[in-house]
Design a protein around this ligand. Structure first.
Ligand code: S3P
Length: 430
């Protein structure tokens, strides 16, 4: 195994400094997709440096969208609601569930056929959840075993639907809303628990007729979107690794700058504050219709908590980090109602449990969660990323506060959301 196939993280004495993280991945996907079907030019600054978002851009280019990227700034000449064209090749979504699920919704409005493919991990992830509502709109969708990639979609002439989502998923909600943009009338979606609302916010920013109340969102089809300028806030899901690291490593204080603070995403901060973590949120402003601000975290004694029910969709991507941090709490962290974690880039319940055990920790695994008892000292050892960026980063943080070094095998996947992660981690340690 070559050096690039593994990274060793040794215990840190102290962490300090300011950190900025890439633009929010969820927001970046949405702004790029909507810009492609808007009228006029959209510029997006601080667009996510993320392999997943690059997959979205590549798919848009294959649909003949005009996408120019200079560093973190993107310029998209919108083609209008009906302006995308049949791709001459497959649309490769890579590792990105958001790309395939949201873009399937977008393409349901077009009469040509598109075929999505993806990497091994994405090819194992369930697509029935978007296939069902898109068929109700009248789109023709075919997939392997009616659930997996490759997935073919051919749409156009959609009738609006009222859809009651069986699971809490921002990706499913977004697929329905994006298809609703081209339906003949008003589409309504009801979600069982509140999930991230970046699609609703982005739609409103582009001038769509969208109405959101509690857990019901409506969009009117057939109205043009207008291109504009955006600045994407930093990704709280990437910031979470540095916040957790600062809490767990002695004598530390870290400031994360310009981070998105949308309340449908800030459960991680609320839960840590509820556990007596020293976390403060600084001055706030608005970017791309989304609240942003700086977050400061300092070394803390944290108590422990149970995370279940309506908390879960809000912190779904932060659960691996929370579980690892559980070893440093007084009373442990219990996670329930989070069976969705088994359908992410890896089976995150299994990945977290087996890596924690490899570092010498006790963990109880449930079908829908984990219990990580507190007051455990991780002894260090070798873990696997399972090809999952958030598993690689959560265990890199474990290496900072374990008793001995943690070696992470297959760490390159961090580029899915945060290509400069290991360099950023080196900069804050002394
Ligand atoms: C995302 C929604 C979440 C999240 C994923 C990004 C999005 O997935 O886990 O990383 O951008 O809408 P689900 O909506 O499937 O839970």
């Amino acid at each position: 195994m070559s050096a690039a196939d593994r990274v060793e993280i040794s215990p840190a004495l102290k962490l300090s400094g300011d950190v900025s993280v890439p633009g929010d991945k969820s927001i970046s996907h949405r702004l790029a997709m909507l810009a492609a079907i808007a009228e006029g030019t959209t510029t997006i600054q601080n667009f996510a440096a993320s392999a997943d978002c690059a997959s979205t851009l590549e798919c848009l280019r294959r649909l003949r969208a005009s996408v120019r990227r200079e560093g973190a700034t993107l310029t998209i000449e919108g083609r209008g609601l009906q302006g995308l064209q049949a791709p001459s090749q497959d649309l490769d979504a890579g590792n990105s569930g958001t790309t395939v699920r949201l873009m399937s919704g977008l393409l349901a409005g077009f009469a040509f056929e598109s075929r999505f493919i993806g990497d091994e991990s994405l090819s194992r992830r369930p697509m029935k959840r978007i296939i069902d509502p898109l068929r109700q709109f009248g789109a023709t969708v075919e997939a392997r075993d009616d659930n997996f990639l490759p997935l073919k979609i051919k749409g156009g002439d959609l009738k609006p639907i009222e859809f009651k989502m069986p699971i809490a998923s921002a990706q499913v909600k977004s697929a329905v809303l994006l298809a609703g943009l081209s339906a003949h009338g008003t589409t309504t979606v009801h979600e069982p628990l509140r999930s991230r609302n970046h699609t609703e916010i982005a739609l409103a920013e582009f001038g769509a007729r969208v109405h959101a109340s509690a857990n019901t969102i409506q969009v009117e089809g057939g109205y043009p979107l207008k291109g504009k300028q955006f600045y994407v806030p930093g990704d709280l899901s990437s910031a979470a690794f540095f916040l957790a690291a600062a809490l767990a490593v002695p004598n530390s204080g870290i400031r994360l700058t310009g981070i998105g603070l949308n309340p449908t995403r800030t459960g991680f901060i609320s839960l840590l504050i509820a556990m007596q973590a020293k976390i403060t949120v600084g001055e706030r402003s608005i970017a791309a219709g989304e609240p942003t601000g700086d977050i400061i975290a300092e070394t803390s004694e944290i108590s422990g908590i149970e995370i279940s029910g309506s908390w879960v969709p809000n912190v779904i991507d932060e659960i691996p980090m929370l579980a690892v941090l559980g070893t440093r709490t007084q009373n442990g962290i219990r996670i329930r109602d989070a069976g969705e974690l088994r359908s992410k880039e890896s089976d995150r319940i299994f990945a977290v449990a087996s890596n924690l055990r490899a570092l010498g920790a006790n963990v109880e695994e449930y079908p829908d969660g984990l219990f990580v008892p507190g007051r455990q000292i991780l002894r260090g050892g070798i873990v696997d990323s399972f090809g999952d960026h958030r598993i690689a980063m959560a265990f890199a943080v474990a290496g900072l506060f374990a008793a001995g070094p943690v070696v992470i095998e297959n760490p390159a996947c961090v580029a899915i959301s945060f290509p400069g992660f290991f360099e950023a981690l080196r900069r804050v340690r002394s």
